[in-house]
Design a binder for this molecule. Structure first.
Ligand code: PMP
Length: 390
């Protein structure tokens, strides 16, 4: 019997054995030529995963929030106008971080599960000269996917840089940094990148780097000051050691393995696989007649599904029935609806078999909790969706 439960939350996810083996290997010196090679190659592979052949990648020890904090610390100076597209808990957090560094924040927020329209975004951009537009690609608290490509086009028309929180999207949702004109994209290791928590990753485009170089005031965060890190990243790509802070050596080794796996699958195939996993899972949700948190189908992310409990089903009871069947899923996170919904992640190493097992466990859990559905109804819908995708 497998000793661990299948982790189907929206990050951290299940990790590949080869990635985990890299974490358990003897730690090398961070100055070791082999390590410098793995670090440099990982930076190069990040460019391919982010579709940013000319971007400057960064790999730092820390979680996704460090990436948000670093981007705000390096690109915001006191009084800068920043437009935040707020689609949930993580956008909200980005707003708090931006304000810490003195941003004059304009915020566009829609009802939970919605997203501000392009017209609303354009009229906000018309109101004030905006330096940065900040958007969450997939807000993991609501499962809302934003139309980053169209928003980027607008941002550029009004001369704003666009920063994308891609923590729950990079390496799973379609995202093409240079083609779409994105100035900064950040992510973390523990979701579709497929490495246990502990690395913050981001890529900075040339316009954002120019803006950074024009700063008049010092960066108010010593650890994440890009002046400290740029020489480190550049040296590693030249395969030369350069120390600022000790890197998370084993996590970088694990990242090297995972990025190779991601590129071996191929980015286009990966985007398609995530669409298929999502369609399959959501077919079951529809068959169970559960409402999704995103208000429209096109607002729903493909890396996770956020759905409401049916009337009469207690969240804690459902999650524990699912856990009894060997699968861990997540409760709600958005403070306003926390007890009303649950979330299932389907990204990275997730297979169709994992999705079917999860559907089966949730279906049994719903029935055990008194929800009147026929056993198999979700599974049948998911199988029909699978067959139609072939
Ligand atoms: N942004 C998004 C969209 C996230 O999903 C998360 C984490 N779930 C974060 C930011 C913060 O990342 P971390 O928890 O790694 O700091």
């Amino acid at each position: 019997m497998r000793s661990h439960k299948l982790l189907m939350i929206p990050g951290p996810i299940e990790f590949d054995p080869a990635v985990l083996a890299a974490l358990g290997a003897p730690t090398t010196s961070h100055m070791d030529a082999n390590f410098i090679e793995a670090f440099g190659a990982s930076l190069e592979m990040m460019r391919e995963v982010f579709f940013a052949p000319h971007g400057q990648p960064f790999i730092l020890a820390g979680s996704g929030t460090l990436g948000m904090d670093a981007v705000a610390a390096n690109l915001v100076e006191a009084g800068d106008t920043v437009l935040l597209i707020n689609t949930g808990f993580f956008s909200e957090r980005f707003g708090e971080i931006l304000k810490r560094y003195g941003a004059d924040l304009m915020e566009l927020k829609s009802p939970i599960g919605g997203r501000p329209s392009l017209d609303e975004i354009e009229s906000a951009l018309q109101q004030r000269k905006t330096k940065l537009l900040v958007i969450t690609h997939v807000d993991t608290s609501t499962g809302v996917l934003t139309d980053v490509r169209s928003v980027a086009e607008l941002a550029h028309r009004y001369g704003a840089l666009i920063v994308v929180d891609g923590v729950c999207s990079v390496a799973a949702e379609e995202l093409r940094m240079e083609e779409w004109g994105l100035d900064v994209v950040l992510t973390a290791s523990q979701k579709a990148i497929g490495v246990p928590p502990g690395l913050a990753l981001w890529v900075v485009g040339s316009h954002a780097l120019e803006q950074f170089k024009k700063r008049k005031s010092p960066v108010l965060n010593y650890y994440s000051d890009w002046n400290n890190w740029l020489p480190v990243m550049q040296s590693h790509e030249e395969r030369k050691p350069n120390y600022f802070c000790t890197p998370a050596v084993n996590l970088v080794w694990a990242l090297h393995v995972s990025l190779k796996q991601i590129l071996a699958e191929g980015m286009e195939a990966r985007f398609q696989r995530h669409l298929a996993l999502s369609k399959t899972f959501k077919a079951a949700v529809q068959a169970w007649e559960l409402d999704q948190v995103p208000l429209k189908e096109e607002y729903a992310a493909h890396t996770l599904t956020a759905m409401r409990y049916p009337a009469g089903v207690q969240g804690g009871a459902l999650l524990s029935e699912v856990a009894k069947r060997g699968i861990v899923i997540s409760g709600g996170l958005h403070p306003e609806i926390k007890s009303e919904y649950f979330r299932v992640g389907h990204m990275g190493t997730t297979t169709i078999g994992d999705v079917m097992a999860t559907i089966s466990a949730i279906e049994q859990g719903l029935i055990q909790c008194g929800y009147p559905i026929q056993p198999g109804v979700g599974l049948a819908a998911a199988q029909a969706a699978q067959l139609s995708l072939r």
